[in-house]
Every structure is written in C-alpha cells, then in structure tokens.
Design a protein around this ligand. Structure first.
Ligand code: UD1
Ligand code: CA
Length: 450
C-alpha cells in the first residue's frame, strides 16, 4: 500500500502561552512535530505534507532539517481540520494511494497502531483511530453500530446521550486519497464552532454506502498537548516509555524515574545507569558501561567498558574510546579520549585529542580559548599530565611525556620529556616558626587592647 502522510500543525496553541508554535515545543528534546514525523515515517510514506499556519517559517525550517523531501503548505486561517487537509490537495494531486492524517500535537501514536489501521483498511474505505477515554472531556465521540463507525460527533454538538460515549476520536484517519478529497468537498461549517470538521466525512461516507470502521488504541498514545501542564504529562509518558524500552533491551536503570532520556538516546546491553543521570540529544553509549550518579551527557559517544562519573559532564563532541575513565567534576567537550585513558578529577578537557592510556591529573585544564579563537591540545599515548597543569593551546604533549604539577605549559613537550613550567621552590630554614611567633604576639597585643 502506498501511503502519503499528512500532518496538521497550523493551530496556534493559545493555551501554551508561547511565542513558539505549539508543535515546536519539545518532549524528550525533540519537537512534537519531529515525534509525529518519526512515528509516521515507520509507514515509509511516499510523500509527507505538513499543514502549517502559525509560526509557518519556524515550522518549515524544522521540517526541512528533519526531512528535506517533505512539503509544507500554508493554511493562513484555521477554519477547521477538513479545511486544513484541503490545503494538501495540490501536493497530492497526482498521488494514487492512501492518505493518513496525523495531528502535530498528538505525537505518541505507536507504529504498531498505525499498522493495525492499515490492516483494517483492507476491508474498509475509511479507518479512524479511537481510544477509550477515562475522562472523555471535550473529545469527539465515535458513534458505533456493530463494527461499523456511523459518524463522529464533536462534543459541542453532541446530545447528552452521545456525551456518555467513552469511545473517542484521536484525530488519526486513513482513507484513499481521491475519496478523501471528494468527501472533504462536501463538508459544511454547520456546527457549534462554525468550522469545517474533518470528522464529518465519516457520516457522509456512510450515507454514500462506504464501510467505515474504528480501531482502538491505548489512551496514552492519543495524549494531545494543549497546555504546559499537558506538555509536562507528555514528557512523563515519553520518559516512562523510553526507560521501559531500555530496560527491556537489557540496560540496568537503578532508579528509572530519576533518569531523563532523549528521543534518540542509544544505550548498549548490560550498561548500568545510576540515579539522576541526564541524557541530552545525540548520546550513544555502548555496552558494559557504567554511568554513575548525577552525570550530564549530550552529543557524545562512550565506548565499551568505560566508567563515567559521578558528577561528570560530557558535552557535544566528547568521544570516549574503550575503557576510558571520566571521574567527578570533569567536563569533556569536542575531545577524543583514547583507550584506557583516565581523567579522574576536577578537569576541563576541550578541543583535544588524548591518546591511549594517558593519565590526566586532577585539576588539569586545556586552555582552549584565547578570547577570540579556539585551539587544540594534543596529548600522546601514555602521557602523564601532573595535577593542576594548564595546557595553553595550541600545544602538543608527546607520547610518554610528563608535565610537572602546577605547570603552565605554553610550548610543545617532546616524546618522553618531562616539562617543568613553574617557579622553583626555595626553603628558608626556621622562617615558618619565626613567622608564627610574630603573628601570635601581634594577635595577643590586639586582644589585650580590646
Ligand atoms: C479534534 C477532533 C476531535 C478529536 C480531537 C482529538 C475535529 C473536528 N475534531 O478536535 O474529534 O477528539 O481532535 O485531539 O477534527 N488544525 C489545523 N488547522 C485547522 C484546525 C486544526 O492545522 O484549521 C490542527 C491543529 O493544529 C491540531 C489539529 O489540527 O494539530 C487538531 O485541531 P484542534 O483544533 O486541536 O482539534 P480539536 O478541537 O482538539
Ligand atoms: Ca486539540
């Protein structure tokens, strides 16, 4: 079956109280629109058309970044869901398959559910996705007769009896392209809200003798987001789903509820995640890694057998080879850390390449920024960087080289050399004792005079 994906995303989302169009608000660090497109992409649609209105340019840019082949059409005034779909007519004029309509603000429809709809479509002209609502609120109601969907009635237009129906409309609808647009032509704005309702095509299709059915999914999938509170609820739903998925894949989460994941977090088997770890976008962790408590990771890759944290920060471009050890209060940015190398305490390693089995002492800092430009630090295999070394980039430390603690290294250090770059120590015999006595006498005088 060839499929075209239509996503409605023109609404303003007044209740979000935001400058941003509603569908660009994020869940798991990806916009609702990206979630919806990802979910729809599992059907391998031949075309994707997004209907945008409010924040058109922003929406267009978001779509182009994710799928440059998608078409974004403008619905200037929002006169209802049928009116919105009608703007896709041109983009689909030569398309001869099925159209599935999703809402940009309903981002959690599972691929399995969409597949179920495709199956039902074999015996029906139109398939609608419904759900049993615990609290049906203001959703449209699905009026069923046996296994047939007779019509959809919006809450505002429903009778008291119809309002008692718990089977609600998710908004997702699947129909053959030409039939869909034929039916949309017949929609009139004769209802409580004066809008062109897409839901009206069901009743018309039945009158014309088409068979229509509804498929049921779990309510968590159809969670629509209209306010910040619902956005927070959606985040929770997403996080729970993502955590469960990871555990199912063989990853240990010691305290699942305290771990925050992103839409694209990838973690390998037998990795252990301690409590309170944050995964920003673009993180891949291989297997048998341990991420200790309170670590913050984004845009990074961690290879097998590494141990990170507690309290570590891996920023974009951090690339850790196998068996790396990144300890507490260490920040790594745009740096390769070689196999078996250690950066254990209180360090900043940025714009750097660190070889294998190097040891970076406590408090080491790569001084990568001169106030205008960034520069690189290169540290060789098996190098030993003494504690509190400042590596003023650009600078190269050779293989098996050492730096003395407290050094400010501004020049390259050859292989196997030891670099001292600090003032030489001078000892004054007995001077400490004299100084103590002098200070004690001074304090005693002051205390007496008070
Ligand atoms: C819609 C359904 C309702 C269903 C509910 C599920 C209709 C008439 N009603 O109601 O049966 O229970 O969703 O959440 O379809 N949009 C546009 N252009 C428009 C109007 C809407 O792009 O002119 C987009 C919105 O941005 C949103 C989606 O369509 O993403 C749904 O629109 P909304 O106004 O939220 O519909 P509901 O009243 O919630
Ligand atoms: Ca809505």
């Amino acid at each position: 079956m060839t499929i075209a994906l239509v996503i409605l995303a023109a609404g303003k989302g007044t209740r979000m109280n935001s400058e941003k169009p509603k569908v660009l608000h994020e869940i798991g660090n990806a916009s609702m629109l990206i979630h919806t497109m990802r979910s729809g992409a599992t059907l391998s649609p031949e075309r994707t058309v997004i209907v945008a209105g409010h924040g058109f340019e922003q929406v267009r840019k978001e779509v182009a970044d994710y799928n440059p082949n998608a078409t974004v059409v403008l619905q200037k005034e929002q006169k209802g869901t049928a009116h919105a779909v009608s703007f896709c007519r041109e983009a689909l004029s030569d398309f001869d398959g099925d159209v599935i309509v999703l809402y940009g603000d309903t981002p959690f429809i599972r691929p399995e559910t969409l597949t179920k709809m495709l199956k039902a479509r074999c015996d029906n002209a139109i398939v609608v996705l419904g759900f049993k609502a615990k609290d049906p609120e203001k959703y449209g109601r699905l009026v069923m007769k046996d296994h047939s969907l007779e019509r959809i009635v919006e809450y505002a237009d429903a009778s008291a009896e119809e309002r008692n129906i718990k089977f609600c409309n998710s908004g997702v609808i699947l129909a053959k392209c030409d039939q869909l647009f034929d039916l949309i032509d017949s929609v009139q704005p004769q209802n409580a809200q004066g809008e062109y309702y897409l839901t009206d095509i069901v009743g018309t299709a039945r009158e014309r003798g088409f068979s229509v059915t509804a498929v049921c999914c779990n309510e968590t999938e159809t969670l629509g987001i209209n306010s910040r509170a619902q956005l927070a609820e959606a985040e929770e739903v997403f996080q729970q789903r993502a955590r469960n998925e990871l555990m199912h894949q063989g990853i240990t989460l010691q305290q699942p509820n305290s771990v925050m994941l992103s839409y694209d977090t990838v973690i390998g088997r037998d990795t252990v995640i301690e409590p309170n770890v944050y995964f920003g976008p673009g993180v891949t962790i291989e297997s048998d890694v341990r991420i200790q408590a309170f670590s913050h990771l984004e845009g990074c890759h961690v290879s097998r057998m590494s141990v990170i944290g507690p309290y570590a920060r891996l920023r974009p471009g951090a690339e850790l080879a196998e068996n790396a050890r990144i300890g507490n209060f260490v920040e790594i940015k745009n740096a390769l850390i070689g196999q078996g190398s250690k950066v254990n305490h209180l360090s900043y390693i940025g714009d750097a390449v660190v070889g294998a089995t190097a040891n970076i002492g406590a408090g080491t800092i790569t001084c990568n920024y001169d106030g205008v430009m960034k520069h690189q630090t290169i540290i060789g295999d098996h190098a030993f960087i003494g504690s509190n070394t400042m590596l003023v980039a650009p600078v190269t430390i050779g293989n098996e080289a050492m730096t003395a603690s407290g050094s400010v290294i501004t020049k390259n250090v050859p292989n196997a050399a030891l670099a001292f770059a600090r003032a030489e120590q001078v000892n004054k015999p007995g001077l400490a004792q004299k100084l103590f006595e002098f200070l004690k006498t001074k304090k005693a005088k002051r205390d007496n005079s008070e």
